[in-house]
Design a protein around this ligand. Structure first.
Ligand SMILES: [Zn+2]
Length: 123
């Protein structure tokens, strides 16, 4: 589903939680080049009275040359495999999810659906 569909559904449920709630939208790394779309999604969540909202964006950093983007296995600039992969796993941001979490949580992260795949009008 799109980020907007997810927000529409979850905005109907936030009032039922007396212990708090959070709405996450999972985006791909390309979003860093489209700040207008990011703002549009945040404003949509605000308009729907989402009390606690977060965007998950993968962020890989090459520990050899410092290049930063989503590239997973090896750096496209220097071909190093010494990569720090920042991801949100079960609500927590990690320094490197491949070393900080067990195989099950790593699989969860890799299987996570990117809501940006369903965006219409994505620039
Ligand atoms: Zn590099």
């Amino acid at each position: 589903m799109s980020p907007y569909d997810k927000i529409d559904i979850e905005s109907q449920l936030t009032g039922y939680s007396s212990a708090g709630c959070i709405t996450y939208v999972e985006l791909d790394g390309g979003v860093k080049n489209n700040l207008e779309a990011l703002e549009q999604i945040v404003n949509y969540a605000i308009d729907k009275d989402i009390p606690y909202f977060a965007l998950n964006v993968p962020n890989d950093t090459c520990l050899e040359c410092g290049y930063c983007d989503e590239f997973n296995d090896h750096c496209p600039m220097c071909d190093s495999e010494h990569i720090q992969q920042l991801r949100r796993v079960t609500g927590y941001l990690t320094g490197d999810y491949k070393t900080a979490f067990n195989k099950g949580k790593q699989a969860e992260t890799e299987d996570r659906y990117k809501h940006s795949k369903k965006l219409q009008g994505w620039k």
